[in-house]
Design a protein around this ligand. Structure first.
Ligand SMILES: [Zn+2]
Length: 442
């Protein structure tokens, strides 16, 4: 019964490992505050054309050069105001990661801002998947937008998408404007929350749609391979999952809408305010409605991973371990303690397997050189197991009190393992140094 699920999980991890290989450590002296982009999707040639305004604020020093991430994107021009800036694109030989370096005509001083206007085009093979009837973004954003790919750089986004007029558009935040002509639709979306760039994204396609409600949130379900009635059945647990995570976190679901899209290929990706899941997973849920682990894991990321984001890849377990654990908690609440115990046993077995293969390392892992080193299965399964062990040590009441305090305190911000430890210690009124040393830092 579980084997089917693990096909999905393994595939998700494989994708992750692959996607992670294209990035490295980034330490830049500025943050992007806002991206405002217009993108035209050409389905016939599977190409994109874009213009993008990037508002940058300097953190320190007098900056003469800005470096941003751009993979599979060809930049045509960079302007500040009306003045063209010199730039060059290159690929880091060590990480294979694409970068753009922009020489500023005038240096940027600490706390000062400037807005870059970038025009670009591309035929991304990795960050954007085109099919005849749909297209959607996958990890990661630098393949279709010039970004500062750093999880600590939270930024707002306005995205305007020009697509065939018979397609439906889903993107981050709210749909603030739509304009259509006989053959094209321009759909504008605004994400007011500052979120990490790797959860920027969109999906467009000839989707059927069903809506539902959970508390104040409008739930939107989309697909192309299933009927509207099937889509409703597939996602019928979503309101319960959303309610449980709101209760456990002490933070209501943060946006007006949450969309789940069943798409071609094998996407398993959380994005700000929506999630992409494979059509096959929809088939599985029709046959086995209790296989909600993946649905719950991805929805959990709206709180842990997006609402509270890990500050660097060193603490990636705060995204993935927490989402894995919370999916286990949902299944326990829904189907009883034996199911929870079974899910934790899976995490334990996965972790033991990694240990036997010599792949164990601290959850808070600072030795990574590329995102790939910080990813893999460990943060998911060791992370979930360690949260379970901490809950066992502290007891349900204190654990959830601390967990709620952590989620609330770092909401809209980034967090580290140390932040999590200190919040849990405060709730427990005890020093957890021994536990964290054993399970998180060593
Ligand atoms: Zn995840």
């Amino acid at each position: 019964m579980r084997r089917t699920l693990w096909i999905f999980v393994s595939a998700a991890l494989a994708i992750f490992a692959y996607a992670q290989s294209a990035s490295g450590a980034v330490s830049r002296q500025y943050m992007v505050e806002n991206y405002s982009a217009s993108l035209t999707l050409n389905f016939e040639h599977r190409r994109i054309n874009g213009t993008e305004m990037i508002r940058v604020r300097a953190n320190r020093g007098s900056i003469n050069e800005l470096e941003l991430d751009a993979d599979e994107i060809v930049v045509d021009s960079v302007l500040v105001g009306k003045k063209a800036q010199r730039f060059s694109q290159s690929v880091d030989p060590e990480t294979g990661k694409g970068r753009i370096r922009i020489q500023l005509n005038r240096p940027l001083n600490r706390d000062r801002r400037l807005t870059l206007q970038v025009t670009f085009k591309g035929s991304p093979a990795k960050g954007l998947q085109f099919f005849d009837d749909q297209a959607y973004t996958v990890y990661n954003t630098s393949h279709w937008l010039v970004v500062n790919h750093d999880p600590s750089n939270l930024a707002t986004l306005t995205l305007s998408l020009n697509v065939p007029s018979d397609m439906v558009v889903i993107a981050n935040g709210d749909n603030v404007a739509s304009k259509s002509t006989s053959d094209r639709l321009v759909s504008e979306w605004k994400e007011k929350r500052a979120i990490p760039d790797f959860v920027f994204g969109f999906a467009v396609g000839r989707f059927v749609q069903r809506n539902a409600a959970a508390d104040k949130t409008e739930l939107r379900y989309f697909g192309t391979h299933h009927s509207a009635a099937q889509i409703e059945r597939i996602f019928h647990s979503t309101p319960k999952v959303l309610q449980l995570f709101s209760d456990k976190s002490g933070v209501s679901y943060p946006s007006k809408t949450y969309s789940q899209i069943l798409a071609n290929g094998n996407p398993q990706q959380e994005l700000g305010d929506f999630t992409l899941l494979p059509n096959d997973y929809g088939d599985l849920l029709l046959k086995q409605p209790d296989e909600e682990w993946l649905l719950a894991h991805e929805l959990a990321h709206q709180w842990w991973g997006i609402g509270v984001a890990c500050r660097t890849w060193s603490d990636f377990w705060l995204n993935e371990g927490v989402a894995t654990f919370m999916a286990d908690v949902f299944l326990g609440e829904q189907y009883g303690p034996a199911r929870y115990a079974h899910e934790i046993e899976i995490a334990r077995n996965m972790y033991n397997g990694l240990k036997v293969s010599g792949m164990d390392h601290p959850l808070c892992y600072t030795e990574w050189k590329s995102e790939k080193d910080a990813g893999g299965r460990l943060p998911y399964f060791k992370g979930a197991l360690v949260l379970h062990l901490l809950k066992k040590q502290l007891g349900e009441e204190i654990f959830w009190k601390g967990f709620r305090a952590y989620t609330r305190q770092y909401w809209g911000k980034t967090a580290t393992s140390r932040d999590f430890q200190l919040t849990m210690e405060k709730a427990a009124r005890t020093n957890l140094g021994g536990f964290f040393d054993r399970w998180v830092y060593r």
